[in-house]
Design a binder for this molecule. Sequence first.
Ligand SMILES: C[S@@+](CC[C@H](N)C(=O)[O-])C[C@H]1O[C@@H](n2cnc3c(N)ncnc32)[C@H](O)[C@@H]1O
Length: 263
Amino acid sequence: MDLRAWDYAQFKSAFFLKTGLDLDRYKDRQMERRIRQLMERRNKPDFRHFYEYLVKNPPEMQFFLSYLTINTSEFFRDQVVFATLKKEIFPELLKKYGNGLKIWSAGCSIGAEPYTLAIILDTLKALYRAQIIGTDIDKKALQEAKKGIYSGKYLDKMPQDLIQRYFFKEGEVYRIKPEIQSSIIFKHHNLLRDSPLYGCHLILCRNVFIYFKPETQDFFLQRFAAALKAGGYLVIGSAEYISNPQKYMLKKRFNTIYQKIIE
Ligand SMILES: C[S@@+](CC[C@H](N)C(=O)[O-])C[C@H]1O[C@@H](n2cnc3c(N)ncnc32)[C@H](O)[C@@H]1O
C-alpha cells in the first residue's frame, strides 16, 4: 500500500478522531520528540505508517497510550508538601468541615500519591473521615494502583517506620495493607474531557501541568477552582507555578499550596 507521509499535525488529528485523546493540548516539542523516539524503535518511517500500525495492533495502541502519559511517581514525593498537609492543612480542614472530607488526586498515576494521603490521614486517626478519589487517564497505571504492590524504589522517600506499619514485605516487593488499599476509589478520568469532581476540600494535581500548553493549564485551573469548595486547597507540583492565582479565586498559602478564597 502506498501511504503518503503525514506530518505531526496530521497524526494528531487522526489520533484524536480515533481515540478521543487530544495531543494538541500537550506541549508539542516534548510530545513529538517522545513519539518520534518510539516510531524509530518500531521502524516506522513517518507518522502515517506509525498511525496505521497502531490502529491495526490494539496491544500496541494500548502500549502507546501508556507510553504517552509519563507515570513517574513515588510515595511521599516532595516531603515538605506532605509534611505541610499533615501539620497545617489536614488539621484545619478536619476542624472546619468535620467528617466527609472529599479529596481528589487528579493524575494519580500508579497510586503512590493518594496512598500517601491515606497514610498521613491514618497517622492522624482521621482516615475514616475522608473520601479519597484517585483518577488518571492511563488505565494500566490505574490497574497498578489498585493492586497496591510496589518495588522498593517507590518507597525511597518514605520513613522506615511508616513502611513497616503500612506495608507487608513479600520477597522483593511491598504490598500496601488492605485498610489503606480499600480506602481509595480509583477511577478512569480524562482531565481534558470529563467533568471535574465537584465539592472537593482538597485537590492534588501534581506533575501533570508540565506536559500541557499554557492555555490547557488555564483550562485545568478554572475547572479545579470550580470543583473546590470555598476554603478548600489545591496542591500542584513543586516545579509548577500559578502566575495569577486570583484569576481562579486562589490565594497562595504555602509554596505550591493554594487556597480557594472564601467569598
Ligand atoms: C508524572 S505523573 C504524576 C503522578 C503524581 N501526581 C505525582 O506527582 O507523583 C502524571 C500523570 O498524569 C496523567 N495524565 C496525563 N494526561 C492526563 C489527562 N488528560 N487526564 C488525566 N490524567 C492525565 C498521566 O497518565 C500520569 O499518570
